[in-house]
Ligand binder design. Structure first.
Ligand code: NAP
Ligand code: MG
Length: 400
């Protein structure tokens, strides 16, 4: 069989622990036999990050700017324990954080829906994609414990020295206060990422804040989204037959529960933090959740939403069998290959991505799956496969 040709490379970022093991299996069994893979390889494994003083992460992000499409394996974000384990020169920042700040994007997370893994919410028939704003608000706050009576104010000092003051509260006794901020530029790129991704995936976009209570802060989010929509996206949305829908956050939550899915839900930073965990666990499993970073400049970075599955890796090192779910990592590859195909007008590559996804879903729906899914499936008598067997079953299905 002739392999599918690629015209432009994609950026490949290898990672750590169990997902690094899966990465190689996926490439060897599911990609390389079928695709004449062109990739620019960056090893983001912690050892190599340490050798390069993390320069490799920056190089990988720059390569993503050049080629526009990347696929990333899960990576360790070092903490104190990892400093010793890997003899690190410093406690490097999260690679995802570094890449996100260089590409200036929004992360979209969507569950992979298969028959036999049913959402807890009965009426959810299609995936709900969550888009979380990843800058500011309570994550960049300044807080104060107020010990006793006194006045708390917000003070803005303009560059010419003039001051504007707003009273927060006249305290009669002890309490707490906090200040937080956001930037129009960040809200604008969040909005553009959401509108572009909605067009890209032909799904409606929902956005919600608490603008009735937060008449300046949240209202700015609402206004920025509306302005950008009207100016840049309204006609494109109408042509694509999709809608932009704004509502209050509490109304959105109520409607999401009654909806059947198939839309993108854009959330402010805190709402996104909370709601993405709710949506992902209600859909079944973190191992069935894809994640893509979409930058307003047209860069796309695909990955799995879960981490490096450290516990399974230690078992693997001891020579014990593992049953680690590779679905989200496979879908990171198919997402990147399909996007590469779309950008290059390479129909064969897009079709291959579709087929690989279909084969993966097909194996699970036929009752063959890894342990994490076997524990929650509604299918009777599932066959539990180990990490390698599961990937081999997909290979067989794909060859059919
Ligand atoms: P994790 O890798 O997501 O795994 C947590 C647990 O979830 C696992 O122990 C396993 O449960 C289950 N699980 C997750 N993915 C699975 C899969 N594909 N198949 C089967 N079970 C799966 O989180 P962690 O162990 O807390 O973090 C490990 C490392 O990942 C950390 O160093 C962290 O920095 C990093 N991390 C990276 C990313 C990223 O690169 N995007 C994201 C999150 C965390 P059982 O043990 O019960 O089987
Ligand atoms: Mg969280």
């Amino acid at each position: 069989m002739e392999k599918i040709k690629m015209t432009t490379p994609l950026v490949e970022m290898d990672g750590d622990e169990m997902t690094r093991i899966l990465w190689k299996m996926i490439k060897d069994e599911l990609i390389l036999p079928f695709v004449d893979l062109k990739s620019e390889y960056y090893d983001l494994g912690l050892e190599h990050r340490n050798e390069t003083n993390d320069q490799v992460t920056i190089d990988a992000a720059n390569a993503t700017k050049k080629y526009k499409v990347a696929v990333k394996c899960a990576t360790i974000t070092p903490n104190a324990a990892r400093m010793d384990e890997y003899h690190l020169k410093e406690m490097y920042k999260s690679p995802n954080g570094t890449i996100r700040s260089m590409l200036d994007g929004t992360v979209f997370r969507a569950p992979i829906v298969v028959k036999g893994i049913e959402p807890c919410v009965k009426n959810w028939k299609k995936p709900i994609t969550l888009a979380r704003h990843a800058y500011g608000d309570v994550y960049k706050n300044t807080e104060m414990i107020i010990p006793g009576p006194g006045k708390v104010e917000l003070v803005y000092t303009a560059q010419d020295g003039t001051e504007t003051r707003e009273l927060v509260h006249e305290f009669q006794g002890p309490g707490v206060a906090q200040g937080m901020h956001n930037l129009n530029s960040s809200i604008e790129s969040f909005a553009r990422s959401c509108f572009s991704y909605a067009l890209d995936t032909k799904q409606d976009l929902w956005f919600a804040t608490k603008d009735t209570i937060s008449k300046k802060y949240d209202h700015t989010f609402k206004d920025v989204f509306q302005e950008i929509y009207d100016k840049e996206y309204k006609e494109k949305f109408e042509a694509a037959g999709i809608t932009y829908f704004y509502t209050l956050i509490d109304d959105a939550v109520a409607r999401v529960m009654k909806a059947e899915g198939g839309f993108i839900w854009a959330c402010k930073n805190y709402d996104g933090d909370v709601m993405s965990d709710m949506v992902s666990s209600a859909f079944g499993s973190l191992a069935m959740m894809t994640s893509v970073l979409v930058s307003p400049h047209g860069y796309f970075e695909y990955e799995a939403a879960h981490g490096t599955v450290q516990r399974h890796y230690y078992k693997h090192l001891k020579g014990e069998e593992t049953s680690t779910n590779s679905v989200a990592t496979i879908f990171a590859w198919t997402g990147a290959l399909r996007k590469r195909g779309e950008l290059d007008g390479n129909q064969d590559l897009c079709e291959f991505a579709d087929k690989l996804e279909k084969a993966t879903v097909g194996v699970i729906e036929s009752g063959r799956m890894t342990k994490d899914l076997a524990l929650i499936t509604s299918l009777e008598n599932p066959v539990v496969l180990n990490s390698q067997e599961f990937i081999r079953e997909i290979r067989k299905e794909l060859e059919k």
